[in-house]
Design a binder for this molecule. Structure first.
Ligand SMILES: [Zn+2]
Length: 267
């Protein structure tokens, strides 16, 4: 039985795994060290709190250990081809699979804000490694820019999940979040119900640059929950590139395995 009260409670502080419904053992969540396959290193549960409101914090509990282990760790960054210029690195800790989709659906559609801190922990870990590999000193001029929601969708949902993720990543890495650099000018359909060509058409020209002064000469990391065809990320980067950033990258919690290849074939 899953009554309204339990739904409400789970939205605030999940008591059962959002993927399989199993009760989460207090000792086992956040996931124990090594719960998720190796590429990410040791999991630090210390910072994984979910702020309910006004400074009241609860541990971010979302997955049972078995479902943590079922997430599919990405082994390499992808490259997202852009219309012109060199491709943007696409950095994601996970490949999309059923468990990740369930977790992201919880974050987006079930009021599950508590899914943001653990997802962002892995995103921060992947971004830190990617910047280190490229010799980018993240303290210098890098900024996180969440994919914006249309104001109407924001009112319905109450929050922008990409902004929640960006804030948590920003806290982990000491990077500023630039919310408002981009705006979504046109309300678009949910991408999840559309095919690849429809997705590209759905978001074409949907984003506009509002604060080029905040972007110019800086390294921009666009933050989203999932990258599937890359259509949304490409449209956002096209708008951001008009402000002449020093470099761009895309950071998402998950991506499909062949996002770069599929886009590359088409481009
Ligand atoms: Zn589970």
């Amino acid at each position: 039985m899953r009554g309204f009260l339990s739904f409400l409670l789970d939205s605030l502080v999940p008591l059962s795994c959002v993927v399989c419904g199993r009760w989460i053992d207090g000792d086992a969540d956040p996931p124990p060290r090594g719960a998720v396959p190796a590429a990410g290193g040791a999991f630090d549960p210390g910072g994984l709190f979910h702020e309910l409101f006004a400074g009241i914090r609860m541990p971010a509990r979302v997955l049972c250990p078995a479902c943590w282990r079922s997430l599919d760790r990405a082994v390499a960054d992808a490259a997202l081809p852009l219309g012109s210029g060199s491709p943007a690195p696409l950095i994601s800790p996970f490949y999309t699979n059923d468990a990740l989709l369930a977790l992201v659906r919880f974050l987006k559609f079930a009021g599950g804000r508590s899914a943001a801190p653990p997802l962002a922990w892995w995103m921060a870990d992947s971004l830190r490694r990617a910047l280190d590999r490229r010799g980018v000193r993240r303290e210098v001029g890098a900024v996180l820019a969440p994919v914006p929601l249309h104001p109407r969708r924001l009112r319905e949902r109450g929050y922008n999940q990409a902004l929640l993720l960006a804030r948590c990543v920003g806290r982990e890495l000491g990077l500023p979040v630039e919310d408002g650099a981009l705006v979504r000018e046109r309300a678009t359909k949910s991408q999840s119900k559309l095919g690849e060509d429809e997705r590209a058409e759905n978001v074409r020209g949907a984003f506009a640059l509002r604060r080029p002064d905040r972007i110019e000469g800086r390294g921009i990391v666009l933050v989203d929950d999932l990258v599937t065809t890359g259509g949304t990320a490409r449209e956002c980067l096209a708008a951001l590139l008009a402000a002449a950033p020093a470099w761009t990258a895309v950071l998402s919690a998950g991506r499909v395995r062949d996002v770069g290849r599929a886009s590359g074939t088409r481009a």
